[in-house]
Each structure stands twice: as structure tokens, then as C-alpha cells.
Design a binder for this molecule. Structure first.
Ligand code: C5P
Length: 218
């Protein structure tokens, strides 16, 4: 099928993990490679969109014609995404840490007792903030990486965060998820569901953008 043009649209994409520093040498992170979000940004730019890619710490090249903003923590990601609004579309593909250390130690924490307790606090939920923002994009898309009860969790997030689409993928199975080049997505909207893949993330990115473009043009 011919690619639907996204010319004239501004699309903000977040991608990659966030790292939450504990002290100058340690952090809490996760296994996101950023490949899915980078593939979406690349595909959107190829279709003519103006793309802002807010990227956590990843080892990936910036796609052609994409404006990249590098961040490290969940709070930095939120600030960069909100600053990039208004936009027509927000795609939250970043695996944002849900908790961060209450304070970052100024010096390396030395080992002493057998048990060390870290106090963690909730991070800002960028996707929820974008969706509730006065300059809410017309299409707000989330990702849900789940190990179980995929549909119930994805639909719950669609409702709770007031999303237009949520792309669920199962982590922990071969050929899908975090570090793989391939993925399989189930995309839920309030009124439907669509299975994409298994396929290379570059192809899935294009198929997801087609779903988004169809909604924008509907
Ligand atoms: O609630 P959960 O973290 O599973 O939802 C996943 C979606 O929410 C992803 O699109 C992710 O980018 C976004 N998210 C976020 N900020 C957080 C946590 C998740 O933007 N603190």
C-alpha cells in the first residue's frame, strides 16, 4: 500500500530508556534499546513530517531530517517533550523509569551494611501529562510493554491516560520486545484492535504511522 503523506504535521516521539542516577557512578535503568521509537521517527520524517525525537541514553544514529534532543532522566524527558509542544501527534515509545532515587548522592555510596535501602519516588508521567495538556496533540499514542494480561493492561492505560492508540508488545518472548530488531504489536483504540507483525521494527513503524494517519484524516 502507498504510504500516506504526513507532510505539514509536527510529530514528537520519545524513545529509549531513562536512567535515574543513584550517585555519580550508578543508575537505575531498563533494557530499552530505543530501536522502535527511532524507527518511528525515521519513518515519519520519510513521510514528510517535522519530527522531534526526544531520546534517552541509547547507541543509535539520528535518523535523517529528524531533530534529536538527548535526555537522561524521566524528568528531563518530560521537560523536553512538553517544550516541544504544540504538535499534531505525540508517540510515547520511551521506556520511562517509573521510580527514581529521592536524592542523587553527591559522592559514590560506599558499601558497609549487608542491606542498603534506597528510597524511590514516582517520576512524572509524560504521556499522561501530554494527554491532559491544554495543547493536547490531536493524536496521542502510548506503548505498553507487558509480560502478562496484555489486553487488560493496555486497555486500562488507554482509558486512564486518555490515549487515542496504545501499542502493546509482549516482552520476554523471542522475536519481540526490547533489544530485538523485530517486534509484534497489538494496537488498541477505544473502538478497535489491530495486530501488526511479527515484522522488523522499521516495517511496524510504517504500519503504525498508517494507522495514525488514517485517524488524523478521518
Ligand atoms: O503506565 P506504563 O508505564 O506502563 O505506560 C507506558 C506508556 O506510558 C509508554 O508510552 C511510556 O512512554 C509512557 N510513560 C511515560 N512516563 C512515565 C511512564 C510511562 O510517558 N513515567
Amino acid at each position: 500500500t502507498a504510504a500516506v503523506s504526513l507532510a505539514g504535521l509536527r510529530i514528537v516521539v520519545s524513545a529509549g530508556p531513562t536512567f535515574e542516577d543513584i550517585d555519580p557512578v550508578r543508575f537505575i535503568g531498563n533494557r530499552s534499546s530505543g530501536k522502535m521509537g527511532f524507527a518511528i521517527a525515521a519513518a515519519a520524517a520519510r513521510r514528510g513530517a517535522q519530527v522531534v525525537l526526544v531520546a534517552g541514553p541509547v547507541h543509535l544514529d539520528t535518523p535523517a531530517s529528524v531533530q534529536r534532543i538527548d535526555v537522561r532522566s524521566a524528568t528531563q524527558l518530560r521537560d523536553a517533550v512538553i517544550a516541544a509542544l504544540p504538535a499534531d501527534v505525540y508517540i510515547g515509545a520511551a521506556a520511562v523509569a517509573d521510580y527514581a532515587p529521592r536524592a542523587i548522592a553527591g559522592n559514590k555510596i560506599k558499601k558497609s551494611a549487608d542491606i542498603l535501602t534506597l528510597e524511590l519516588v514516582r517520576t512524572p508521567d509524560t504521556l499522561a501529562e501530554v494527554s491532559a495538556s491544554p495543547s493536547r496533540p490531536r493524536c496521542v499514542v502510548g506503548f505498553a510493554a507487558e509480560t502478562e494480561n496484555i489486553e487488560a493492561h493496555a486497555r486500562g492505560k488507554l482509558q486512564k491516560k486518555n490515549l487515542d492508540l496504545i501499542a502493546a508488545n509482549r516482552v520476554g518472548v523471542a522475536g519481540s520486545g526490547f533489544e530485538s530488531d523485530d517486534n509484534a504489536l497489538t494496537v488498541y483504540s477505544r473502538d478497535g484492535v489491530q495486530a501488526l507483525g511479527p515484522a522488523p521494527k522499521t516495517q511496524l513503524a510504517d504500519e503504525l504511522l498508517t494507522l495514525i494517519a488514517e485517524r488524523l484524516h478521518a
